[in-house]
Design a protein around this ligand. Structure first.
Ligand SMILES: *Cc1c(COP(=O)(O)O)cnc(C)c1O
Length: 409
């Protein structure tokens, strides 16, 4: 770990204050030109005593705008203090979790995993257009059938075709023969460039796609491609408990990554994270964004700088070892539940590095699923699977209650 350290609460608080002090203070400096200020003082009273203990809430009240991307070129000078924290956060995740080399990544805190995935597809679509003079109809998005539906939004918004690659029913592994058939057939129809969304833990199953399967197939077919990792769910789990993997920047084919701090990290909503190798963000540069200093090359315009601070604070509060211990606890509970399922002869899917258990639906009545808030793979039509996500609030006692009732089915 080069950047990720456990930092005491007091040190964190001082560090955030220093950053906030390096932002513009509207009460001290005359600032006439920007449509920005601290939060409305009637509702968000700045002197409230609880703010003293809460660096994140202080940041919320100061309301820094992190519009743009701060890991490259210049940025709005008014918020340079907290932009620095966002830069440090992106570098920490890229280098310490996803094994990037120092100083080789760009990124920003997005609204969520959806935005980060859209940003990736937007970049690669423009890359193929600008580099190869591609037409939209020349480009195909490939992603497994278990991929989050944001890939469908991306295809629709970017005016690109998308094909879902089938997986094996019980192992959720990509069907290589089907992938090969899809690529052959797409080439015959005139597809020349491919954008791959590869899951580092699917939302429903926690299954991790092997990027090498895509790489081998597309290399064999001699077609240019770009590969993005959707680690919205697994990004703060899988590489931490399983550091020897091929889903990080040491894999030369991995160009960019999505994470969601508002899932496993329990950060406030609005903390998706997009990270890309340097040299890619520029493909979505909007030159008309002339009133913003620096480059606005993110899908969202204005966005709260407090979100970067929230994620930074959580990572600093645990440190890498504390976070690992917490994950081990969640995985212990998951394993415990799986053992009970094994003993009962109930079939399920689980990736051993993840905290999701997808139980075959024939073992679970809809009433039981409703009582325990299990989520089906399909809300319309017949469910084939119900999933449990072992989050912090899901304790062994709760799992036990559910499993006892499952026995009585
Ligand atoms: C949740 C999720 C998303 C979408 O994230 P939002 O933050 O809801 O926009 C995308 N991909 C995966 C794998 C997810 O689990």
């Amino acid at each position: 770990m080069q950047f990720w350290k456990k930092i005491s609460q007091e040190e964190c608080s001082n560090y955030i204050d220093k950053a906030l002090n390096n932002n513009v203070d509207f009460s001290k400096r005359v600032i006439l030109g920007i449509p920005v200020s601290k939060l409305d003082g009637r509702v968000f009273y700045e002197q409230a005593s609880f703010l003293k203990e809460a660096p994140f809430l202080r940041a919320i009240v100061q309301n820094p705008n992190h519009i743009g991307c701060h890991t490259l070129s210049e940025s709005e000078v008014f918020f340079k203090g907290t932009q620095q924290i966002e830069r440090e956060l992106i570098e920490l995740i890229a280098v310490d979790i996803f094994k990037a080399e120092q100083g080789q990544s760009d990124g920003y805190v997005a609204a969520g995993g959806t935005e980060a995935n859209l940003q990736a597809v937007w970049i690669y679509r423009n890359y193929f257009i600008q580099t190869f003079n591609a037409k939209h109809s020349d480009i195909l998005i490939l992603a497994s059938q278990d991929t989050h539906y944001s890939v469908v939004k991306a295809a629709n918004l970017m005016n690109l075709e998308h094909i879902a690659v089938p997986v094996q029913e019980d192992t959720r592994v990509i069907n290589e023969a089907e992938l090969d058939r899809i690529v052959s057939e797409a080439k015959q129809r005139g597809k020349k460039y491919f954008i791959v969304l590869c899951n580092v833990a699917t939302t429903m199953f926690g299954s991790v796609d092997n990027p090498d399967v895509y790489v081998q197939c597309l290399t064999k077919h001699q077609v240019p491609f770009k590969l993005h990792l959707d680690a919205a769910f697994g990004g703060f789990i899988y590489p931490v408990v399983n550091p020897d993997n091929n889903v990080n920047f040491t894999n030369e084919h991995v160009s960019s990554i999505t994470l969601d701090a508002h899932k496993m990290l329990q950060a406030p909503y609005g903390t998706g994270i997009f990270i890309a190798r340097k040299g890619l963000m520029q493909y979505v540069f909007t030159k008309e964004a002339s009133y913003v200093n620096g480059m606005d090359i993110t899908l969202s315009g204005s966005r709260s700088g407090a979100n970067a601070i929230a994620v930074w604070l959580i990572l600093a509060a645990y440190g890498p070892n504390g976070w690992y211990e917490k994950l081990k606890m969640l995985l212990y509970r998951t394993k415990w539940a799986c053992k009970q399922l094994d003993e009962k002869g109930i079939s399920y899917y689980r990736n051993p590095s993840l905290n999701i258990i997808a139980i075959k639906a024939n073992h679970v009545s809809p009433q039981l699923a409703a009582t325990y808030g299990l989520v089906p793979d399909a809300h319309h039509g017949a469910a084939k699977w119900y999933k449990i996500v072992v989050m912090e609030h899901v304790e062994v006692e709760h799992l036990q209650l559910f499993l006892d009732e499952l026995r009585m089915q």
